[in-house]
Design a protein around this ligand. Structure first.
Ligand SMILES: Nc1ncnc2c1ncn2[C@@H]1O[C@H](COP(=O)(O)OP(=O)(O)OP(=O)(O)O)[C@@H](O)[C@H]1O
Ligand SMILES: [Mn+2]
Length: 579
């Protein structure tokens, strides 16, 4: 701001100077013209162009400085004066433009303030952009008294040491049982309400129908060797519609392997923004290791964007359990383990990473590896003193066996601190997506709706891309990979993560049924807490994060309800939107 004030002062002074120059010089010149050229116009024309005589020059030596300047100006050729005037005007104009762009006065016609808040909604939107509509329709105007409003409480310390202060608690049963939504599900199971525009019945959902569901082993004609590891068996059983079957016993076996088998080798994984290690166990078993950086109750720094947030190893563990509980089974099994940094990392690795190990002033063993962010001494990963906790995600099949396709997420964020993504500016964004392959048919759009609900529950804003297995084509599930930035804010529900659901207003019957189960039975927090108890580094989540899940389930259900209401009565809701 001070800079702009300075610019303004400068601008005024410049304008003053130029006015003075033109008025002063021209007035003085006219006087001289009359005084010196009292004769005819012809003499004048000749005389006025001449150089000063020696007497005049001598006189001017004693003249005050200002007079000298005026004299010089007068004696400039017309062309020079013109050039000077044009340069001054150009400088002035540039200055005015700079000031205008910064202050958004509108002189330049440039209407986007550089530092101001970017307006949400395109011209056609007339203020009915995704967020505005969403906040208005789904939350602020919500008449359900179940606490489904956006909940933001910063009173609790962002980085507190209160993990043990917060006791597990069973939330009071929500007043609203969402009977209206239950009825839709019931009707669909009874063979009616198939035309519901929001809830997609099982017989129209390819994830339920699964006319074909081959496994990677079948597709590639691969036979298991006699001494095949649990992971290898698991990988070959990955099917077109899910990573593993409900109740698959290999999941527990893999978790146990990763938590107990000896570590043979550790190596930094290339790519990605933060440090990860590839861990080798006997028999070809591999895991992706993400190290612990903070205690469970340390939350996303308030001034950090989602893209500069640290990854949390416990978020990966919790997300795997949650994905399984929700019945998606699209996340690889993840387990926690404490490693001895000396014998299980330093001694079994090689190359450049070794040079990044050091002992901290607190006498802890640390390393930072090499990566694009947070891989320096200031962001080192330290043991206690050399014991380091981390998450171990079962490795996906190698690309030789099952190549993956990386897709740009249609609701990807801009990953820029000022810019907005298209979906944030266009309220009918979903119309564009749902008419574009592979979202125009099959299961893909519904998978993105599931992913949006999954990410909203965990608070993961980092869904820039997603992956699928190439061999299954487009009719396959979307992998839930990379949940490292989930569970960062326990007291804030990030509504924008629900944008895909809110803009498209479609959801699987099965997903809705699962969510409703948690408001009418054991709450999600209790189910997840129970599931994560078996993990070696339990408790996995800080209690406020578990409580947030119950709150967010209600928000998702409330959003689905409003979608149904709008679909049933589009005109009335259209009107209500503007009230
Ligand atoms: N379980 C796994 N097995 C094998 N490869 C994996 C596994 N999980 C993730 N990957 C691969 O590693 C890549 C990076 O992993 P991840 O996204 O978790 O790390 P990241 O550092 O957070 O990356 P980014 O900063 O790009 O989000 C993924 O895009 C994926 O291709
Ligand atoms: Mn990531």
């Amino acid at each position: 701001m001070r800079y702009f004030q300075f610019c303004l002062v400068l601008l005024c002074r410049n304008i003053g100077a130029v006015i003075y120059f033109f008025c002063g010089v021209s007035g003085w010149a006219r006087a001289r013209w009359r005084r010196r050229c009292g004769g005819g116009a012809a003499t004048c024309a000749r005389d006025c162009k001449r150089s000063p005589t020696p007497e005049e020059h001598a006189r001017s030596q004693h003249a005050p400085r200002r007079t000298i300047a005026r004299y010089t100006m007068l004696n400039m050729k017309l062309k020079e004066r013109l050039a000077l005037a044009i340069s001054a005007s150009l400088i002035l104009f540039t200055l005015m433009l700079v000031v205008d762009l910064q202050m958004d006065y509108g002189i330049s016609g440039h209407r986007v303030p550089l530092h101001g808040r970017v307006r949400i909604g395109d011209v056609e939107d007339k203020g009915r952009s995704a967020y505005i509509e969403f906040r208005k329709r789904f939350l602020q105007k919500s008449n359900s008294s179940n606490g489904s409003r956006e909940y933001e409480q910063s009173a609790q310390a962002e980085t507190s040491g209160l993990a043990t202060d917060v006791e597990p608690r069973t939330p009071a049963p929500p007043a609203d049982k969402f009977d209206d939504l239950q009825q839709i599900l019931f009707a669909q199971l009874q063979g009616s309400a198939f035309d519901n525009a929001v809830v997609i019945p099982p017989h129209r959902d390819l994830n339920v129908l699964r006319p074909e569901n081959p496994t990677i082993g079948e597709m590639e004609d691969l036979e298991l060797s006699v001494n095949a590891s649990n992971l290898e068996k698991f990988q070959l059983k990955i099917a077109q519609h899910e990573l593993y079957e409900d109740g698959e016993i290999l999941v527990e076996a893999i978790l146990k392997d990763m938590a107990t088998l000896p570590v043979l080798h550790a190596e930094q994984k290339e790519g990605g923004t933060q440090l990860k290690l590839i861990i080798d166990y006997p028999n070809g078993v591999q895991a992706l290791f993400k190290p612990m950086r903070f205690a469970r109750d340390v939350q996303t720094l308030p001034n950090h964007f989602y893209f500069s947030d640290y990854e949390r190893h416990n978020a990966e563990i919790a997300a795997f359990h949650l994905d399984r509980i929700l019945g998606f089974r699209r996340a690889m099994p993840v387990v926690g383990r404490v490693l001895n940094m000396t014998t299980e990392i330093y001694d079994v690795t090689e190359g450049d990473i070794l040079k990044t190990f050091f002992v901290s002033p607190a006498n802890n063993f640390c390393f930072h590896g090499k990566c694009s962010y947070y891989c320096d001494t200031g962001h080192a990963i330290c043991g206690n003193p050399d014991m380091l906790e981390g998450s171990f995600a079962a490795f996906l099949p190698s690309s030789d066996v099952a190549e993956r396709k990386v897709w740009r997420h249609p609701w990807r964020r801009s990953y820029h601190k000022r810019r907005k993504a298209q979906w944030e500016l266009q309220s009918d964004y979903c119309d564009t997506v749902r008419t574009t392959p592979p979202y125009d048919s099959g299961r893909r759009l519904l998978d993105l709706m599931d992913m949006s609900i999954f990410d909203f529950l965990t608070g993961n804003m980092d869904r820039h891309h997603y992956e699928t297995f190439k061999m299954f084509g487009n009719e396959t599930f979307t992998l839930h990979l990379d949940q490292g930035r989930a569970f960062g804010k326990a007291f804030h529900d990030e509504l924008s993560i629900l944008a895909p659901l809110l803009q498209c207003c479609v959801v699987r019957h099965t997903t809705l049924a699962t969510l409703l189960k948690f408001v009418n039975g054991v709450p999600l927090s209790g189910t997840l807490r129970e599931s994560m108890k078996i993990d070696p580094v339990s408790p996995i989540l800080w209690e406020p994060h578990l409580q947030a899940l119950d709150r967010r389930v209600v928000i998702v259900l409330d959003a689905i309800r409003k979608c149904v209401e709008k679909a049933n009565n589009p005109l009335q809701n259209e009107i209500n939107d503007f009230v």
